[in-house]
Ligand binder design. Structure first.
Ligand code: AFP
Length: 321
């Protein structure tokens, strides 16, 4: 197997894509921050007090911040500043952070996704989106289709990275030597699958077409072919979908504050959709492709349904009925 590491993969991308010079340092800086976050998660409770404990603050969505949320945000911010990134848009920060005023690159990031799982030893991760500041509109990141790159680090049994510049998804795993080595994995999401990920405790609040779709996927008796998985960690559910297909749904629901679902467009949905489409899958609000949604506010939420293209198409058709 070609021991293709992250650095050589980025170098090869420059050979056939027109990418800004600072993108390489930005990605390598994010990788260094991810290695540190993985170490903090792995040593939680050993070198440090419980990092799943509350840090005392609230993020812009009113979610209570955990220690590791704040520490991860600091690590990412430091790495991006050192890489000469212009602006850092963080799920954990109320406002954008200006790092290098005349820089070309912007980064949006959910530094620690799945915070409720930090002290349960379940898989968590970091989601990032990289774009050219000239594509920003009203000081907001551009619509997802204009991203230069997007990726997610997954801190699980393996520390892994899924990265895309738009035309494919490359998968890496962290070696004992501390390098992200390319996996022999052609990341293509199977077009069909009956495995679904949704928080079924919200069923009473979903729109009727989603209720009907999930009910159908949950019946059929012995003939039932579907299965449900819900890890409470977007990156973990997504990584499974990249591996074996399936659909993830976090729709809007009738609870106060969930009129646009729970997940954030800029920090979660846009980068995830960029990866999903590059792997042959589909990502939608239920009515519009996620990548075509231009942000209107820094912390706006968006309904998010993504995964196996044929199954997502089927869900879109059910919603349109
Ligand atoms: P936290 O980072 O606050 O744990 O939220 C995780 C998340 O944004 C996403 O990773 C999960 O898929 C989703 O929320 C879980 O939401 P519910 O707790 O409502 O099921």
């Amino acid at each position: 197997m070609t021991m293709f590491d992250l650095k050589s993969y980025i170098a090869s991308a420059y050979e056939h894509k027109s990418l800004p010079g600072g993108l390489s340092d930005t990605l390598l800086g994010l990788a260094d921050a991810a290695i540190e976050i993985a170490k903090l998660a792995a040593n939680n409770g050993l070198d440090t007090p419980n990092l799943g404990g509350l840090a005392g603050g609230l993020n812009e969505d009113g979610d209570s911040q955990k220690q590791l949320d704040v520490m991860s945000d600091d690590l990412v911010c430091e790495a991006l500043s050192a890489a000469g990134v212009a602006r850092y848009f963080s799920e954990e920060q109320a406002e954008v952070k200006i790092l290098t005023p005349d820089g070309q690159i912007g980064v949006a990031c959910d530094p620690l996704d799945g915070s409720s799982n930090i002290d349960t030893n379940l898989t968590i991760g970091t989601i990032f989106s990289i774009f050219d500041m000239k594509d920003c509109v009203n000081d907001l990141p551009p619509m997802g289709r204009k991203q230069l790159a997007a990726g997610l680090f997954v801190y699980g049994p393996q520390t892994a990275l899924l990265l895309s510049f738009g035309d494919e998804v490359a998968a890496f795993a962290l070696s004992e030597e501390g390098r992200f080595i390319r996996l022999e994995w052609d990341v293509q999401i199977p077009a069909s699958s009956t495995e679904f990920a949704i928080n079924a405790s919200n069923a009473a609040f979903w729109p009727a077409p989603i209720q009907t779709y999930i009910a159908e996927r949950s019946t059929g008796g012995a003939a039932k072919t579907s299965a449900m998985r819900w890890l409470g960690s977007l990156v973990a559910d997504a990584f499974r979908i990249f591996r074996r297909g399936g659909v993830f749904l976090y729709p809007q629901d009738s609870r106060t504050g969930y009129e646009q679902g729970r997940l954030r467009l800029i920090y979660e949905a846009s980068p995830m959709a960029f990866l999903i489409e590059a792997a042959g899958g589909r990502a939608t609000t239920g009515t519009h492709d996620i990548l075509d949604i231009a942000p209107t506010s820094l912390h706006q939420r968006i309904p998010l349904i993504f995964g196996s293209a044929d199954e997502v198409k089927h869900i879109i058709a059910r919603i349109a009925q």
